[in-house]
Design a protein around this ligand. Structure first.
Ligand SMILES: Cc1cc2nc3c(=O)[nH]c(=O)nc-3n(C[C@H](O)[C@H](O)[C@H](O)COP(=O)(O)OP(=O)(O)OC[C@H]3O[C@@H](n4cnc5c(N)ncnc54)[C@H](O)[C@@H]3O)c2cc1C
Length: 435
């Protein structure tokens, strides 16, 4: 490939904080609140124009699993109280179904109240690294390239863009072939008769309809690699969240792959709406309301940290001595890497956890870099373990733990890896978290 040299230039240092959180999804929201509520001068930068990541601009249907989290309860309560919701339906938004607009505002309120400085429209473009320690990030925005310095940078970008820029080691997707889980552009439809509508909530939801069984019809009539039918009632009247577009073989860290995925998903959307109108009672008059800001990427980089969480840790429901996120519960949600539906090796059935599991702080501490913590779906875990901890409530919990640790690192003027994890746990327990 031919190359051009980019001119060296000095960049302005526009802020210096204790904790800089990169990315405002569940993991970043948890991290920023964990840090700010424990006294750290905290800033969060986000490339989009809102908080929530996949929960909001990613247009996710619902927060999954049986994880316990007082912080998530607080987010639900604030969302439910939002005047942006129609009063008659606000009760439903208190649960796990995501009211996207109300939640964007609820999260923003919570972070501003905690004293977090927010900067939207800002993308991580690089890292400032000196002698094996991350000192800050280089950002790119309408204001140009700028530097923000921090005692600790928390990478909550999902893909780990800050950690990758800093040179942290990672594995992309499955180690044997770097294949990642499929991507999906979520969208919402309106005009659905909720009373008559079917809501298949998993690949195994088999529902008999007048024209046939719903998943069989999907496989027969939707364009490959789409084919499964996943529909979730949204908290707004007549609206449904559709998790049915499906593109395989995508590297979510490649702009060309992402563009290809967006194009294919938009083509699939047309066929999906036609399919729903023709085959599924209650959807005869459905229409597209809006689609997510970005195609949803399930899996990319798994960073090398001090501990790699495995599927066996989850199955055994381990409580690690250095836990920073507890009482996590979900299944092993590996989608087929070859087409629609579930992983054909049956991982979901082979691996069943015995109870709620914890995540150790070591999974969030990069092996070779100081000044940096990982948060959310980019922490160290196997491909199978990741399919479990990647869901939003667990990412929120990880964030809260990591943010709390980063606040203590700044308070004691030490590296985050040297923080006494017992002190982190004490603060988490004061915030209502139980081991
Ligand atoms: C299609 C799909 C369906 C899913 N279904 C569910 C479900 O039903 N329930 C559930 O609980 N989970 C579900 N998940 C999983 C879950 O949504 C994600 O794994 C989870 O949101 C990860 O949280 P995160 O905070 O680590 O990342 P994200 O939610 O992806 O947030 C990352 C944030 O960082 C920002 N960002 C990224 N790069 C940069 C950068 N370079 N600079 C600045 N900002 C940046 C992004 O804009 C985003 O706001 C699904 C995921 C997908 C893709």
């Amino acid at each position: 490939m031919q190359t051009r040299l980019e001119k060296e230039k000095s960049l302005p240092i526009v802020a210096e904080v204790d904790v800089l959180v990169a990315g405002g999804g569940p993991a970043g929201v948890g991290a920023a609140l964990g840090a700010a509520r424990n006294g750290a001068k905290t800033m969060l930068i986000e490339q989009a124009n809102c908080l929530g990541g996949m929960a909001t601009s990613g247009m996710m249907s619902h927060w999954c699993g049986g994880t316990e989290s007082p912080l998530l309860d607080e987010i639900f309560a604030r969302t439910k109280a939002s005047p942006l919701l129609p009063p008659a339906t606000s009760e439903r938004a208190a649960g796990w179904a995501t009211a996207h607009e109300a939640q964007k505002t609820a999260l923003q309120e919570l972070l501003l109240e905690a004293g977090v400085t927010l900067q939207y429209h800002t993308r991580i473009a690089g890292a400032v690294v000196e002698a094996g320690c991350v000192k800050g990030v280089i950002t790119e925005s309408k204001s140009g390239r700028e530097v923000i310095l921090a005692h600790t940078v928390i990478d909550a970008t999902g893909d780990g863009d800050a950690a990758a820029a800093a040179g942290a080691e990672f594995v992309l997707g499955r180690p044997e072939d770097n294949v990642c889980q499929p991507v999906t552009l979520m969208f919402r439809i309106g005009g659905v008769d909720h009373e008559r509508a079917a809501f298949p909530g998993s690949f195994e939801s088999r529902i008999d309809l007048p024209k046939g069984e719903i998943q069989t019809l999907g496989h027969e009539h939707l364009p490959f690699p789409a084919g499964h039918v996943l529909l979730y009632p949204a908290p707004l009247p007549g609206e449904v969240c559709v998790n049915m577009t499906n593109v395989i073989g995508i590297d979510g860290t490649s702009v060309r792959d992402l563009t290809r995925a967006e194009i294919v998903c938009r083509e699939q959307m047309v066929r999906i709406i036609r399919f729903l109108r023709e085959f599924v009672p209650g959807y005869e008059n459905c229409y597209a309301v809006t689609s997510a800001s970005n195609v949803g990427v399930r899996e990319t980089r798994h960073f090398k940290a001090l501990y790699e969480l495995t599927e066996f840790d989850i199955v055994e429901a381990k409580l690690f001595d250095d836990w920073i996120a507890t009482r996590n519960l979900f299944n092993f949600d590996i989608h087929s890497l070859k087409g629609p539906g579930l992983d054909e090796h049956g991982a979901q059935h082979k691996f069943r956890s015995k109870g709620k599991y914890s995540i150790p702080f070591r999974c969030c501490i990069p092996q070779k870099l100081d000044g940096l913590l990982l948060s959310g779906r980019n922490i160290d875990g196997t491909h199978k373990a990741h399919s479990n901890f990647r869901v939003m409530p667990i990412c929120l919990n990880i964030g809260q733990g990591v943010g709390t640790a980063a606040a203590l690192a700044a308070r004691h003027k030490i590296a985050a890896r040297d923080v006494d994890v017992r002190e982190v746990q004490k603060l988490l327990m004061q915030a209502g978290i139980q081991p």
